[in-house]
Design a protein around this ligand. Structure first.
Ligand SMILES: C[S@@+](CC[C@H](N)C(=O)[O-])C[C@H]1O[C@@H](n2cnc3c(N)ncnc32)[C@H](O)[C@@H]1O
Length: 206
């Protein structure tokens, strides 16, 4: 019987809370991390745009991680992509030393619409604290989603719990008008082609 491809896993189920991720290879000069990288399209686009950056994807679906790391073997010299099988809800402090990360991207996280599943949403006060600890001063935290409720939720958490830690580049409680990095994610391409709205947030670490 063929194995069903899972698009959603529950990050709070026991099997995803009880493992230790492998260590990151020694980071390059600029370390950028996408949380929930899926097939890694954004990672490869970003690496080709920014040779020399160490572009890391965190992903809870192990099969996708293996695929990305195999593809990364064929990158031209200078381009560096690495995927890590890890649960972003619990593994950020294990993976990243304090003040070591230049940029976190949270691109189109899983929505978890049902009210009883809201606790699975990615941007929580706890995650924000961990990301702030891992970001170097001046480092960036970027979030984007085509689901307004999710974006508003993320904005509220960061505005409420990020005081003194991060600065909203567009001013308090403001969305950022475009993707400032110039390379889209897979989901971003899909939403843009359909003419959908995308809400974005950009903070810098104080
Ligand atoms: C909707 S996809 C977005 C993929 C990509 N960032 C994009 O914009 O096209 C969300 C991804 O996050 C992953 N994910 C969800 N919860 C996670 C967690 N706790 N830890 C790591 N990855 C997670 C999912 O497996 C999925 O691949």
């Amino acid at each position: 019987m063929s194995k069903r491809l899972r698009h959603h896993v529950n990050p709070l189920s026991q099997q995803y809370l009880a493992f230790t991720p492998k260590n990151l290879t020694p980071p390059g000069e600029v370390l950028e991390v996408e949380l929930g990288c899926a097939e890694g399209e954004f990672l490869f686009r970003r690496a080709s745009q920014k040779p020399g950056h160490h572009v890391v994807g965190i992903e809870i679906r192990r099969d996708l991680v293996a695929k990305i790391n195999t593809m990364a073997l064929d990158l031209p010299p200078g381009q560096r992509v690495e995927a890590i099988f890890a649960n972003l809800n619990i593994h950020i402090p294990t993976l990243f030393a304090p003040a070591s990360v230049d940029r976190f991207f949270i691109n189109f996280p899983d929505p978890w619409f049902k009210k009883q599943h809201h606790k699975r949403r990615v941007v929580t006060p706890e995650l924000l604290a961990e990301l702030c600890e891992a970001l170097r001063p001046g480092g960036e935290l970027f979030f984007q989603s085509d689901i307004f409720d999710l974006a508003l939720d993320a904005l509220s958490v960061i505005e409420e719990f990020g005081e003194g830690l991060v600065h909203n580049v567009r001013g308090p409680w403001s969305f950022f008008p475009h993707n400032p990095y110039g390379v889209p994610t897979r989901r971003e391409v899909h939403v843009s082609e359909k003419g959908g709205d995308i809400w974005r947030i950009l903070y810098t670490r104080l």
